[in-house]
Design a protein around this ligand. Structure first.
Ligand code: TYM
Length: 347
């Protein structure tokens, strides 16, 4: 049995293409979640591939969540998915805890993954901080559950932001080690899909820090539920430098805040950063920021409005999640069954 992570090149030709991704219902959605994940989810839904999008509530409780707030955040995320363009008829939308196979396969994978692999996860180090001993066991073993989320559906493509890349590599290592240890070709090695102009949206207050729902400063992020005035205020106050915008990508080197705002502009306009700089190169921030605000409000306000409408009918959101969970269970059950057979469980 191999102890080291040695993932071979992926040959997923035996598996039909299937997309899986998830977002935690811990706090509200940010512009980072939208540009890094949800916008991609919608594009992949339209690509004709089978798409499964999860609200990973079991992941959320790796740090304490107020139960009522968790329920609300789960419904709000469901509303966010739909408002941004996911169609529950075309994609399977559900919350993780309604499909118990995630937790079951997660256990099997926690016996496949090595402690050394998890020790290398930078997200755990960031989230646990200095207080490592006080972090939950779940926060540490979290990537094994994430691997189960993906592999339970034999997913081949996983759209995520840049920060999830390491977890995707671990997922591939787990799949490869399982296949190797049991002498099977049962799990695919899923491909991360990290695309677009803004795969790592940064804080508006500090261009070297990721935009995050857990940042104590609300001014550091744009929330998907922010109104037009709030979006404009946050962009107006966003940290910048005194120089005009460059016309070439190389000119953004060493200018983290400028690079971030231009990337956001490009991603919201569905153009590359190069193209964005052809449009805005030479402008001062005093001219560029109002352009960016207008664009952000134009793209985000309709989503916020639709989310609010959808939140008026929580029963309908619960129905959508229940229906999605039933469809997810139907795909997951035979894959979990076969896994337990391979592992040697009497059933
Ligand atoms: P989470 O909930 O932290 O983030 C959800 C998605 O949003 C992306 N994202 C960003 N993208 C660009 N810039 C940012 N500032 C930014 N902030 C967040 C994340 O990369 C992610 O794609 N472990 C995952 C959830 C998960 C999952 C999965 C994902 C659980 N199981 C299976 C894919 C497949 C997480 O905590 O994402």
């Amino acid at each position: 049995m191999s102890e080291a992570a040695t993932t071979p090149a992926a040959d997923n030709s035996a598996f039909s293409p299937r997309v899986f991704s998830g977002i935690q219902p811990s706090g509200g959605l940010t512009l980072g979640n939208y540009l890094g994940a949800i916008k991609r989810f919608v594009e992949m839904q339209e690509s004709g591939m089978e798409t499964i999008y999860c609200i990973v509530d079991l992941h959320a409780i790796t740090v304490w969540q107020e139960p009522e707030k968790l329920r609300r955040a789960t419904r709000e995320l469901c509303a966010g998915y739909i408002a941004a363009g996911l169609d529950p008829e075309k994609s399977i939308l559900f919350n993780q805890s309604q499909v118990s196979a995630h937790a079951e396969l997660g256990w099997v994978f926690s016996c496949v993954a090595r402690i050394g692999w998890l020790n290398r996860m930078t997200q755990f180090k960031d989230k646990a901080g200095k207080n490592r001993e006080k972090a939950s066991v779940g926060l540490f073993s979290y990537p094994t559950l994430m691997a189960a989320d993906i592999l339970l559906y034999h997913a081949t493509h996983v759209p995520v932001g840049e920060d999830q890349k390491q977890h995707l590599e671990l997922t591939r290592d787990i799949a490869a080690k399982f296949n190797h240890d049991y002498g099977v070709d049962f799990f695919p090695l899923p491909e991360p899909v990290i695309e677009g102009a803004a795969t790592r949206v940064m804080s508006l207050r500090d261009g070297t820090k990721k935009m995050s729902k857990s940042d104590p400063s609300d001014m550091s992020r744009i929330n998907m539920t922010d109104d037009a005035d709030t979006i404009a205020k946050k962009i107006r106050k966003a940290k910048t430098d005194p120089d005009a915008l460059p016309s070439e990508v190389a000119g953004l080197e060493g200018r983290a805040e400028a690079k971030n705002l231009v990337s956001i502009y490009a991603a919201l306009s569905d153009i590359s950063v190069e193209e964005a700089l052809r449009q805005v190169g030479g402008k001062q921030f005093s001219e560029f920021k109002p352009m960016l605000s207008e664009l952000a409000v134009e793209k985000l306000s309709p989503i916020a409005g639709r989310m609010e409408e959808l939140m008026q009918d929580p029963g309908e959101l619960d129905r959508i999640l229940g229906d999605g969970a039933a469809r997810a269970r139907a795909i997951a059950a035979p894959i979990l069954d076969r896994t337990l057979d391979i592992v040697g469980m009497v059933r």
